[in-house]
Design a protein around this ligand. Structure first.
Ligand code: 4FV
Length: 236
């Protein structure tokens, strides 16, 4: 899986890729992440990437030209990407389904914004799609980009040691995960459920599905409705 990230804070991305599962995926060469400093693609001696908004108003807007040049260079050096994703609150909501879709692509470019926003012509001329990590505002697209790289990389075979654990992840079946316990069997008077100590694998599986469905219906009934709709459609 190949990613290219365009950002004015390349060290934020490098730091976010240095540890853990994704870090190992990069070390193993399964995940290949190119990080590109947007200022490299400016032409003025102040390496300007932003400017005042037409029509007035607070803050600054990111200029279109550096993003266009960045993509030209990425295409020339890394090949034509399968998707160019702009991270912004105006995008389609990123979820496990989107992560699965992107993990099926070979090469994804991620565009990170800062300031008030990005010149609209980046959407028209550079991005092929727009994704949001949620209905809240963060100070830049770098953290959203790292979230996308992490969620997608986990779905690439070989990145997560035990593929089974990926299949059992929350949302992999569209519902929340079941409770997890480990030693000690009792802590401050709180016991681990007996079924988990029973060794009866079928009963353990049944308890875990029951708990996952109970939690989901209590905390995220919207996921149950979506699952019913999806499986309903499957049956038709
Ligand atoms: C965001 C989100 C997000 C908006 C202005 C960066 C900020 C600033 N990106 N999902 N939510 N971006 O809040 O993706 O440039």
């Amino acid at each position: 899986m190949k990613f290219d990230v365009v950002t004015i804070f390349p060290r934020m991305i490098e730091a976010g890729l240095a540890e853990g599962v994704v870090g190992r995926g990069v070390e193993k060469g399964i995940v290949d992440v190119g990080v590109h400093d947007l200022r490299t693609f400016t032409t003025d001696r102040h390496r300007t990437v932003d400017d005042v908004p037409y029509g007035g108003g607070p803050g600054m807007v990111m200029k279109v030209e550096p993003f266009v040049r960045a993509l030209e260079t990425i295409r020339a050096e890394r090949g034509t990407p399968d998707a160019v994703v702009l991270l912004s609150p105006q995008g389609r909501l990123f979820d496990q389904g989107e992560a699965r879709r992107l993990s099926g692509l070979g090469h994804v470019v991620l565009l990170c914004g800062r300031y008030e926003g990005i010149d609209e012509r980046v959407r028209d001329l550079v991005a092929t799609e727009e994704l949001s990590i949620g209905d809240f505002v963060v100070s830049g697209g770098e953290t959203p980009a790292l979230i996308v790289i992490d969620a997608v990389s986990r779905l690439v075979p070989g990145v997560v040691g035990d593929q089974e654990s990926v299949e059992q992840d929350s949302f992999s079946q569209g519902i929340l995960d079941h409770p997890h316990y480990t030693r000690p069997a009792e802590f401050e008077g709180r016991k681990v459920p007996d079924v988990l100590l029973s060794g009866h694998h079928a009963e353990v599986r049944r308890w875990r599905m029951q708990e996952a469905l109970r939690r989901t219906s209590e905390r995220r009934p919207d996921l149950i409705e979506r699952r019913v709709k999806e499986t309903g459609n499957e049956r038709d």
